[in-house]
Design a protein around this ligand. Sequence first.
Ligand SMILES: NC(=O)C1=CN([C@@H]2O[C@H](COP(=O)(O)OP(=O)(O)OC[C@H]3O[C@@H](n4cnc5c(N)ncnc54)[C@H](OP(=O)(O)O)[C@@H]3O)[C@@H](O)[C@H]2O)C=CC1
Ligand SMILES: O=C1OC[C@@H](O)[C@H](O)[C@H]1O
Length: 358
Amino acid sequence: MFVSDLVLDRPEVTDVSHAVVAVGSRDKAKAAKFIEEHCPKGACAQVKGIHKAPPQAYGSYDEVFGHPDVNIIYIGTLHPTHYSDAKAALEAGKNVLVEKPACLNAAEWKSLSKIAKEKGLFLMEGLWTRFQPMTQTLIKKLHDEKVIGDIKAVKTDFSMPFYDSLPASHRTLSREAAGGPLMDLGPYILLPALLALYYNPANGKAKPENVRASMIKSRHDVDLTTTITLDFPRLGAQGVCTTSHAYSSPKDERGLIIGTRGEIAIHDGLSRITKVTIKQYDGEFSFRDMKWKEETIEQPFPGMGLHFEADAVARDIRDGRTENELVSHEETLLVMELLDETRKQGGYAFPEGMEQVV
Ligand SMILES: NC(=O)C1=CN([C@@H]2O[C@H](COP(=O)(O)OP(=O)(O)OC[C@H]3O[C@@H](n4cnc5c(N)ncnc54)[C@H](OP(=O)(O)O)[C@@H]3O)[C@@H](O)[C@H]2O)C=CC1
Ligand SMILES: O=C1OC[C@@H](O)[C@H](O)[C@H]1O
């Protein structure tokens, strides 16, 4: 999905462009097949002739990390190796964009952040939703325009019915792949709560308190359904974030942000948000005869939407920044700490030796 988005022709973007220089796989033939299927002519910079060389296939990740023309490595491997793959790339002197969840735990992330800072390299977790247009719209509506008044609650549910439809060995379900919805979808369910509450100007970036986790375990010994509650005492507000592999997200409401003057419903999946409805009180609160005004905003875009993230990262690297201001190392650390705490309370421990740093 990431590479397909890099190939998209987007004439409106004139300040950055992308080339797929090298694709690494444990099997060279697989890398060549990947190129053939997803980027036979390369990405947009190659299609336009800005970068002349076509993508090259390699039978190891190390060859890509050592490639002199590679600027940044996109790591889309399984969760347990995000840390070691990102570390190897950084140690080879490359900038890194690593898929969510950034690592297995906060200690691994702290270690990667330290290496990147020591080496002056760019490092970011691939939380792509953060760069999509609707996310910017939401921030503006919530905090600049305060369209729902003071925010008091955020409820999210991003769930996928993988439990009985995918084989037990699938990376989303298996313990060996650090599976379960918390690790796979956890960063997404926390995002609306962080945007509306943690980054709320009235909160002053105070960390959530009384983090409570409720977890039902799966037969694969990872989580099946997890709910995290977060208190933000400075706001008198609470977040309740759920993810499951037992069912699909509620059809039209994957997120609900509730304030003293109304609410915002997020209709589509929390990884790719294109449609929200703002529902405002029309008049004052009334127990029996409440009146509402509603406005639905749609901001569709071509592709999956990973290109917004890729563009932001390209601008950071072009301008010499080693951290992205939206998905900062600090934010990823907070998310990793919340996932750690949730797993601790829910009794989800990784297999012995899987975590590279504890
Ligand atoms: N941002 C987003 O929209 C999405 C993000 N993700 C994230 O991307 C990452 C990858 O997910 P996804 O692409 O679905 O996973 P896949 O299982 O499809 O791919 C993972 C890749 O990891 C490599 N790999 C390395 N070691 C192993 C191993 N021991 N067993 C299996 N594969 C291995 C394989 O590449 P090879 O064999 O070529 O070396 C494989 O193609 C995850 O972190 C996931 O959370 C996933 C989906 C969407
Ligand atoms: O957006 C997503 O949807 C499906 C998940 O398995 C995946 O990891 C996630 O990023």
